[in-house]
Design a protein around this ligand. Structure first.
Ligand SMILES: Cc1cc2nc3c(=O)[nH]c(=O)nc-3n(C[C@H](O)[C@H](O)[C@H](O)COP(=O)(O)OP(=O)(O)OC[C@H]3O[C@@H](n4cnc5c(N)ncnc54)[C@H](O)[C@@H]3O)c2cc1C
Length: 468
């Protein structure tokens, strides 16, 4: 067992490549365990990749592959999120979920879904008949044939969670470098010398959390990739706040082998979401939406919830899942080369991130020893979820800047002055919800730009304000 904590100044114990939800959770876990951590992110801000556009469901793992690492990490991540969310001020919207059957074929699958859930340890999942489905969800199309109730599925805030993980890591000593792309590296038997767009960084251990670029990072640093990332796009339609009153539970379809299918769910920000699709593409960077698919999503939503047909759409977006040729997460641990890849975290990474981080630390601890922090700092992040008190509901906020989302000047200024201030307009939106409502920044964009001044790496100009 090495005690790498005693190494010389200037060498980090761990360099985490990538500031998605997995990298942020890993930075937190390793810092709390006593490692000296640096997180390197190539974009202006964290959450530049897969983690910025997901469905935000905290999954129980009821339908995950039995015995898989994905299931173990999801359930560990779920449990840890529930254990820490209050202390970090993270929301938990207790919706529960209903897997709804719309056809004879769907209905025939319901018992197997319950059996899988029980095998996965989610014991309170049960089959419900049509009457009970409609008793839970009165606005649902009466054509529904029955369903499966999953009481413990939750909706969370997909942006504040990773921000809280990384903020806690930083409060306990981790360093973060943004605009810092890792381009190559060499291992000398003791440590890695990483070449980045901001110079050379030395670290004893590398943890590759590069998401959609995980295979390319392996290729350039190890000389070979053990997986091939195949981006899988998911498009979404976000309906107006009024639509959120139409449904309580997360409405899940009977899952298909390749995708969980189109979900209808409330969001932590008070909207209603319909999506995602599952579309293979080569482009790792751009997640474009297209009219036909969005119209099909709106139609699919209205088929399930007829009142949705008259609801205005607030926004549309798409995310890219870092899928690979396998369904399972792609973990590559090479203790001899002080290397760990946490890759292929396809469609459950928001839930699983804390569990993946704990799993990563367990692998690392087999070879390296640190002393966990005795009294770690636990900083609370600002609340931006709709079901909990917002800043505008407390005295002294001064001025509401974004009227659609009720974002105050005080919130924007606090985000800009925070330990990890937004690096670009997307980051400012993800910290405050400014410019994210019905007008998409049309009315408040200029005011937000004036408050932000030159604090953001990119100017607040047309186009950037529509980045999700
Ligand atoms: C449509 C969709 C719906 C989803 N729904 C859910 C859900 O409801 N619940 C759930 O739990 N999960 C969900 N997910 C899954 C979840 O969003 C992903 O599993 C997760 O975001 C993967 O995170 P990551 O940190 O591995 O990758 P990423 O978020 O892609 O992070 C990787 C980071 O590495 C950076 N990077 C890349 N290369 C380099 C380099 N060379 N140097 C420095 N930095 C680099 C990137 O800029 C990026 O910020 C969904 C995903 C999608 C797309």
């Amino acid at each position: 067992m090495e005690s790498r904590g005693e190494r010389s100044e200037g060498i980090y114990d761990v360099a985490v490549i990538g500031g998605g939800v997995v990298g942020c959770a890993v930075a937190r876990r390793f810092t709390l365990e006593g490692a000296r951590v640096v997180l390197l992110e190539k974009a202006h801000d964290i959450l530049a990749g897969a983690s910025k556009g997901n469905s935000a469901i905290l999954h129980t793992g009821f339908d995950a592959p039995e015995g898989s690492l994905e299931l173990a990490c999801m359930q560990a991540g779920y449990a840890e999120y529930r254990a820490i969310h209050e202390s970090l001020n993270l929301p938990l919207l207790a919706t529960g979920a209903i897997v709804a059957a719309w056809s004879e074929h769907d209905e025939a699958e319901l018992d197997a879904i319950v059996a899988r859930a029980h095998a996965n340890g989610v014991d309170n999942v049960r089959r419900i008949d049509r009457a009970e489905v409609l008793a839970h969800e009165a606005q649902l199309n009466p054509a529904v044939r029955g369903g499966v109730l999953v009481p413990d599925e939750h909706v969370i805030d997909p942006w504040s969670a990773p921000l809280a993980y990384l903020t806690q890591a930083m409060a306990n000593g981790a360093e973060v470098r943004r605009d810092c792309e890792v381009t190559s590296g060499a291992f000398d038997g003791l440590a890695w010398q990483l070449d980045t767009s901001r110079g050379r960084i030395a670290a004893a251990q590398v943890i590759n959390c590069a998401g959609l670029y995980g295979d390319l990072v392996e290729q350039s640093l190890l000389g070979e990739a053990h997986m091939q990332i195949r981006p899988r796009k998911g498009q979404f339609v976000v309906f107006d706040k009024a639509a959120a009153a139409l449904v309580d539970h997360i409405l899940l379809p009977v899952p298909q082998p390749r995708t969980k299918g189109v979900v209808v769910t409330r969001t932590a920000y008070g909207n209603l979401l319909v999506g995602p699709t599952a579309e293979e593409q080569d482009d790792r960077e751009h997640a474009r939406v297209d009219r036909d698919t969005l119209e099909a999503l709106i139609a699919a939503g209205a088929e399930r919830l007829p009142a949705l047909a008259d609801m205005p759409v607030t926004a549309v977006y798409a995310g890219l899942r870092p899928a690979t040729e396998d369904k399972e997460y792609r973990i590559r641990h090479e203790p001899a080369r002080h290397w760990l890849t946490l890759g292929g975290v396809r469609s459950t990474g928001l839930t699983a991130a804390l569990g993946i981080a704990a799993h990563a630390y367990a692998l690392y601890r087999e070879h390296v020893e640190h002393s966990p922090l005795a009294s770690p700092v636990v900083p609370a992040v600002p609340n931006i979820a709709e079901h909990r008190p917002r800043d505008w509901q407390t005295a002294g906020y001064g001025e509401i800047v974004c009227h659609c989302e009720l974002v105050t000047r005080r919130e924007i200024e606090a985000a800009l002055a925070s330990p990890l201030p937004p690096g670009d307009i997307g980051g400012l939106k993800r910290r405050t919800r400014a410019c994210m409502g019905r007008c998409q920044g049309f009315y408040c964009g200029a005011h937000v730009a004036q408050i932000a001044g030159d604090a953001l790496a990119t100017p607040l100009s047309t186009g950037a304000a529509h980045d999700h």
